[in-house]
Write a protein that binds this ligand. Structure first.
Ligand code: ATR
Length: 276
């Protein structure tokens, strides 16, 4: 109430308004982070403002300098910049540095970290998918690196498939993942959890999965969310597989970012209601 939705964005980065926090990405117009964080500030009576800013590839450094100059306190980072932002940072936490994926920045000291991975693992606990569940991860970009590493560290046997197969092999080797194997076809046989960490749905493209191969009780989990989604989840549902989108993950990673920045408990329910 009383807060102008126009400030939610998106804005081209050169036209970004003065605000406290923002999410940057390309594309960015689908992002529900502004409504989620602004609802949280409002619920706690905080006079803070979160917006969304469009930053094309190759302009991340310039854009972050600009936003820092405008007084932004924190930035969330989404596709495709989670790796590129590291060049701009002064430092980042050990996990983010290992997986080369940062989704949360504290601007004052240019410090980056990753809330995707702990948030993702928290959602698995809520879904009752314990360590030991054989898991297929689709994709080998920044999101996959973070999620696959967290899964492997927590004891989930992994298969990793990527459209460009060499990247999946490089991921397993570089990150020295335990009990993880890069595979050349997205074979879901035996997988209790199938995680779509590709950005295929943003491009309106489908993944070559044969859902008839799913085992009983398998869960299809897309880390993305939104109305334009999502042939992956639609096809999984049609194949009788439980489909879970990335909304709970959005809320969980946003809550962790909120707590890191604002140093107060995040109002999870309010944030959840704001994005549903
Ligand atoms: P993010 O930060 O979300 O991981 P990214 O680092 O740009 O973004 O990675 C995007 C991932 O989605 C990559 O694994 C990419 O596969 P390629 O390595 O082959 O490019 C995957 N991806 C994007 N579009 C895809 C599509 N249409 N089909 C399959 N995979 C796709």
């Amino acid at each position: 109430m009383g807060i102008s939705k126009e400030l939610d964005g998106p804005f081209p980065w050169r036209e970004a308004p003065v605000a406290d926090y923002a999410v940057i990405g390309d594309p960015i117009s689908h992002s529900r982070s502004p409504q989620m964080h602004n609802a949280a500030y409002q619920a706690l009576g905080l006079t803070l403002r979160y917006t969304s800013v469009h930053v094309p590839r190759g302009e991340v450094t310039e854009a972050l300098d600009h936003l820092k100059g405008l007084g932004y306190k924190g930035i969330n980072v989404t596709v495709p910049h989670k790796e590129e932002v590291i060049d701009w940072l002064g430092d980042c936490d050990a996990f983010a540095s290992r997986v080369r994926s940062v989704n949360t920045i504290r601007m004052a000291d240019k410090f980056g970290f990753n809330t995707d991975a702990p948030a993702f693992m928290e959602t698995l606990r809520l879904l009752n998918l314990p360590p030991g569940t054989p898991t297929l991860v689709l994709g080998a970009g920044g999101s996959s690196r973070a999620i696959a590493t967290a899964l492997s560290e927590d004891g989930y046997p992994l298969h990793i498939w990527n459209r460009t197969p060499g990247k999946a092999r490089a991921l397993v080797k570089e990150l020295d993942l335990e009990d993880a194997l890069a595979i050349d076809t997205p074979d879901i046989r035996g997988a209790g959890l199938i995680v779509n960490a590709t950005s295929a749905s943003l491009a309106g493209e489908r993944l070559p999965i044969n859902w008839d191969d799913a085992i009983p009780g398998a869960v299809a989990y897309d880390v993305m969310y939104g109305a334009a989604l999502n042939s992956f989840l639609d096809e999984a549902s049609l194949g009788g597989v439980r489909a879970v989108d990335g909304l709970a993950l959005l809320v969980m990673q946003g809550a962790l970012a909120f707590e890191f920045w604002v140093k107060k408990n995040a109002p999870h329910e309010v944030m959840w209601e704001a994005v549903r």
